[in-house]
Design a protein around this ligand. Structure first.
Ligand SMILES: Cc1ncc(C[n+]2csc(CCOP(=O)(O)OP(=O)(O)O)c2C)c(N)n1
Length: 328
């Protein structure tokens, strides 16, 4: 549980470890995709690591998240196993969804990861549903819903926020403003500046934070989680961030300049946190390097696991696809 204010070196080390794992996972996925080893599309999370890790480190293991088409970082931050994630990307039987979901629909309900989602804006509606279910069962959990600023223009996101507001549901809406929805700049898609006012209309407090700073995301999520657990309802958190890769792998990114990318990379969330740990907490640079090496090895082991796993049996194509009996 976050205390919302103090800096904690051990927590920051753990956050760096997770951010490095996401960075290495995504970097390796990019190479694998380029080598035609992965079927389907991939949308990478490189650059946005502080949002997933900051928010997920402020909730408990038995809390829930919903994710997006850019969901690998959210899944890793929620504690999913890189072996089963990589196997899913390879379309293998050992993957989280037995090779049926690929990158965009990885889910592990037991771990509270209610799903990546290829439908833009679908996560918040699931999160409001999870909030309703938490409330009905009398539990104290919360659900963090990640979505992009592009999704903020989707009707269902507003419906989800409205119902969560009306019912005071324990949902934290985390909007990752990475400035583009596919190739469209945010200012061409929204007529207001910033997104905090969207919370006002649904009666929930909003905070806008530096999404490149894991500590800021963690603290702000912690405040929202506390409200939600106290029965005070949902919150909206806007995290200003940036994706370094294209919208999808292979995107020529003609809609932005190299200078813009470099400007954001100067504030890289992983290097900034690592530098902070060295300067403020006095950890050795070698320790950071060894953490990076551990992350690389972990990802390589996941690639091996995925490569060696079997393809699913075609006979199982319709298993686990439809709900068996909705009447119960
Ligand atoms: C309902 C729906 N409309 C359109 C698309 C096509 N599409 C996929 S990603 C995307 C942009 C989403 O932008 P944003 O929500 O900001 O997320 P980001 O890609 O920036 O992470 C769009 C329009 C879709 N998958 N689903």
């Amino acid at each position: 549980m976050p205390d919302g204010t103090s800096r904690d070196g051990d927590r920051a080390i753990e956050q760096l470890r997770e951010m490095l794992l996401i960075r290495e996972f995504e970097t390796r996925v990019s190479e694998l995709f380029e080598n035609n080893e992965l079927p389907g599309f991939v949308h990478l999370y490189v650059g946005q690591e502080a949002v997933a890790v900051g928010a997920c480190s402020a909730i408990d293991e038995d809390d829930y998240i919903t994710s997006t088409h850019r969901g690998h970082g959210h899944a890793i931050a929620k504690g999913l196993d890189p072996d089963r994630m990589m196997a899913e990307l390879f379309g293998k039987e050992t993957g989280y969804c037995h090779g049926k979901s690929g990158s965009m629909h990885i889910a592990d309900v037991d771990a509270g990861m209610l799903g990546a989602n290829g439908i833009v804006g679908a996560g918040p509606t699931l999160a409001t549903g999870a909030g309703l279910s938490i409330r009905r069962r009398g539990e104290e959990n919360v659900c963090v819903s990640f979505f992009g600023e592009g999704a903020m223009a989707e009707g269902q996101v507003h419906e989800a926020m409205n119902l969560a507001g009306v019912r005071d549901l324990p949902v934290i809406f985390v909007c990752e403003n990475n400035l583009y929805g596919e190739m469209t700049p945010a200012e061409e898609q929204h007529h207001v500046e910033g997104f905090a006012s969207r919370g006002d209309v649904y009666g929930m407090p909003s905070e806008t934070v530096d999404g490149m700073d894991v500590g800021e995301v963690y603290d702000a999520t912690g405040r929202a989680v506390e409200r939600a657990r106290n029965g005070e309802g949902p919150s909206l958190l806007i995290c200003e961030t940036y994706r370094y890769r294209g919208h999808y792998e292979g995107d020529p990114t003609r809609y932005r300049t190299d200078e813009e990318v470099e400007r954001w990379q100067e504030r890289d969330p992983v290097s900034t946190l690592a530098a902070d740990l060295v300067e403020v907490d006095g950890i050795d640079e070698e320790e950071v390097e060894s953490m990076r090496e551990d992350a690389r090895e972990r990802v390589e082991a996941a690639v091996e696991f995925a490569r060696e796993s079997e393809m699913p049996d075609p006979e199982t194509a319709f298993e686990g696809v439809y709900a068996e009996d909705l009447s119960r």
